[in-house]
Design a protein around this ligand. Sequence first.
Ligand SMILES: Cc1cc2nc3c(=O)[nH]c(=O)nc-3n(C[C@H](O)[C@H](O)[C@H](O)COP(=O)(O)OP(=O)(O)OC[C@H]3O[C@@H](n4cnc5c(N)ncnc54)[C@H](O)[C@@H]3O)c2cc1C
Length: 386
Amino acid sequence: MDFALTVEDRDIRDTVRRFVQRELLPREPEFLRRERSGEPGLPHDELAELQRKAREFGFWGLATPAEWGGMDLPAMLQSLVTTELATTCVPFRFGGAADNILFAATPAQQEAYLRPTIEGVRRGCFALTEPGAGSDARAISTTARRDGADWLINGQKTFITGGHEADYAIVFAVAEPGITAFLIDREQGWTSSPIPTMGSWHEPATLFLDDVRVPDSAVLGEVGTGFELAMRWIGKGRHTIAAQCVGIATRCLQMAVSYANTRETFGRTIGSNQGIGWMLADSETELEAGRWLALRAAWDADRGADARHAAALAKLYCTGMVGRVVDRALQIHGGLGYTRELPLEWWYRSVRVMRIFEGTDEMQRMIISRDLLRGHSRIGGHLAHP
Ligand SMILES: Cc1cc2nc3c(=O)[nH]c(=O)nc-3n(C[C@H](O)[C@H](O)[C@H](O)COP(=O)(O)OP(=O)(O)OC[C@H]3O[C@@H](n4cnc5c(N)ncnc54)[C@H](O)[C@@H]3O)c2cc1C
């Protein structure tokens, strides 16, 4: 096991770090001001300009294969880049990305959905969850019924990230012989309604599908393989979430250390009190544990191993870890931490969802314990059993 970075790897990480420092950190006050006034995110023209600059730096399509013009970075480097970007609350992602399962599309679907998504001219959403089926995703009840050469889709999807802005949806429905994924344009008849939540990061929506008629060519992959596609999409997301948690916790701990070294009470810095020092020490210990779990999951993916167990460990631990680190950093900042001038309050609200979506804490525990009990995973994995 070797986590040493090559010179090229370090260059990539350091370039992203400089991009964050020069381009994103100066925009934090504006982002927070907009958020306070109910306009989350940055203006579209500013985001487009940032995308242009990032592309000049060579950053476009981190996970996108080279034949589609992307960087096709290994999972380990994607994880490091994601961590760097997450050290700022400015919600910026490099362009040129598309849902991993769209690469399983037919050539015609790739031209209609994959290419325009990579180019940033179309926006999709991933619609699996329903009012009656979240963790138990196999229990979805949206139906796809054959009607002549077409399919008729009926049902409701909920908590769909970006569902109110998307112009197409990857919809999972029960068909004969099993769950099937469909690519459905908004113009084909689905509607949406936004759902207010405690964060402003992943704005979810409910989607309504009422006798939506789509041709057979809307099926993504094979009929009956939708559940496997959904799990492939979610598996990728767990790596990204773990890496984001590491970035957020890193920044929060940096802020906490800096404030603990400068804020004075009773004639000395607050950091000189053991009560504060322990909060810093616990945060650093947990952050490092999370960093290694996130990298371990990425390393498993890069060497072609089944990374699901490692990804569950990383998601479960990192999403809890970031909540504790943000909470301590906010506590160390006292009243200032509770204001909406600093990103701490925003992170405090925003990171909570990471323990819920793409598999709740309880689902990660279910995966981990089931793997152990069935002997799919040995305690300590390949590290303890060479
Ligand atoms: C902001 C946001 C964005 C989202 N984005 C998307 C998206 O883009 N696409 C999409 O399809 N979905 C999305 N989701 C949905 C998300 O994946 C689900 O909310 C999540 O899977 C949990 O499902 P649920 O809310 O129905 O909770 P439930 O499944 O009803 O669970 C309720 C509680 O019971 C626990 N629980 C359930 N079963 C068990 C068990 N067997 N043992 C122990 N505990 C159990 C759960 O862990 C949870 O704590 C999003 C959700 C949110 C909040």
